[in-house]
Design a protein around this ligand. Structure first.
Ligand SMILES: Nc1ncnc2c1ncn2[C@@H]1O[C@H](COP(=O)(O)OP(=O)(O)O)[C@@H](O)[C@H]1O
Ligand code: SF4
Ligand SMILES: [Mg+2]
Length: 368
């Protein structure tokens, strides 16, 4: 009898009751207040790009009157700042929202919420006609250099077109300008008269890079730019991107699922999972002192060339849940090896744990 009583007391203490609906409402109210405060802050004059609480949802179901009844939150509240000459690496497994985030920043997808400040201007709600001038300063390089080049035009034609449309140099100087650009991108001058289909993947990606840079952008979103290339070519393209960044003082958002590539090119890194930013910090923060269990698990899967630094491999169980139906509480709890009861119910706060180093995890909140 006494034993039974003791057991029931322990169970009551160990299993706190969570009212999920009330917790969700409380979290939403707190988050909304934080978002309003942050969006009212002055813009940072040192940044080329400031992204504040960016959100992008895709409607999945609508009523016959057009009211959305189910949506997929592809990007859920991500924030960061980027200066000229800097690279932000965005990492995460397939489907976590990297491409959607990149496209929403460029307004190729209309953002559902949050703010995008480019070069000191809030562009979140600009119409496409107002975006025309700004768009040339924000370019994108895609993963697949085969489908991203129109096949019918020569390399010279492809590179001259945006220069002419945006009036980058007077008409009579376009050919010289393009030849100089081709040289910078490692493309021989006789390629000018050739067609993209005559080239290998690496050369085609050089053409895509030259096309993106032809209009003198300030920001380039590189969406898995080397993932479709042979490993032997990847390093050449990454080195080219680095060199061009130095020469042109470009800001890059570099999207990749390949951590060694991200490590090589990035100054800052954001780790995404199911649409949310799990951790954000400098490259050193993320590689030498990862805080979030998801970051640790991702990075433990990468072979470490330094034998003195042994990292325990953390296996991630289960599949990635559907972003159309994300888990309650911490979105990572269904796969986290450290998940506790609270993780299933309460969304962890995204907090700054060291200057410039942010993460969202209950374990970290407890350790503070
Ligand atoms: N146009 C769209 N309509 C509906 N769902 C989309 C659309 N684009 C992307 N998604 C969904 O958004 C999620 C994030 O996709 P994506 O940004 O492409 O991820 P990643 O680039 O990290 O692989 C995925 O679940 C994907 O299916
Ligand atoms: S909040 Fe919980 S489930 Fe989420 S990462 Fe931290 S320990 Fe894991
Ligand atoms: Mg993608």
């Amino acid at each position: 009898m006494t034993e039974n009583m003791e057991t029931s007391v322990i169970e009551t203490v160990e299993t706190p009751q969570y009212d999920d609906a009330a917790l969700a409402a409380e979290y939403q109210a707190r988050r909304q207040q934080q978002i309003e405060e942050d969006l009212a802050q002055p813009f940072d004059p040192d940044c080329v790009l400031e992204v504040r609480h960016l959100r992008k949802c895709f409607p999945l179901k609508k009523t016959m009157f057009g009211k959305v009844t189910k949506e997929l939150v592809a990007v859920d509240d991500i924030s960061f700042k980027l200066k000229a000459g800097e690279t932000l690496g965005i990492v995460g497994e397939s489907g976590c929202g990297k491409t959607t985030a990149g496209r929403a920043i460029l307004k190729l997808h209309e953002p559902t919420g949050g703010q995008i400040i480019f070069n000191g201007q809030d562009i979140t709600h600009l119409k496409s006609s107002q975006m025309r001038e700004i768009r040339k300063q924000m370019q994108i390089i895609f993963q697949d250099p085969y489908s991203s080049l129109p096949p019918r035009d020569t390399v010279g034609g492809l590179l001259s077109e945006p220069v002419e449309v945006h009036g980058i140099v007077p008409k009579e100087q376009i050919k010289d300008y393009v030849l100089e650009l081709m040289d910078k991108c490692g493309l021989r001058d006789y390629y000018f008269e050739r067609y993209p289909h005559e080239f290998s993947g690496g050369q085609r990606q050089r053409i895509c890079i030259a096309r993106a840079l032809s209009v003198n952008p300030k920001l380039v979103i590189c969406d898995e730019p080397v993932s479709a290339l042979d490993v032997s070519i990847q390093a050449q393209i990454i080195n080219l991107l680095k060199q061009l960044q130095r020469e042109m003082n470009l800001a890059y958002v570099f999207i990749s699922h390949d951590l060694s590539v991200v490590k090589f090119i990035s100054d800052k890194i954001g780790v995404m999972y199911l649409g949310g930013m799990m951790e954000f910090g400098s490259k050193e923060d993320i590689f030498t002192n990862p805080l979030h269990p998801y970051t640790k698990a991702l990075f433990s899967a990468v072979p470490n060339p330094d034998p003195t630094r042994k990292m325990q491999r953390i296996a991630l169980g289960g599949d990635i849940p559907s972003p159309a139906n994300p888990p309650k509480g911490c979105r990572f709890h269904t796969r986290c090896p450290y998940a506790k009861e609270i993780c299933k119910h309460v969304v962890p706060e995204y907090k700054e744990y060291e200057p410039g180093h942010f993460a969202a995890c209950h374990l970290l909140e407890e350790e503070q």
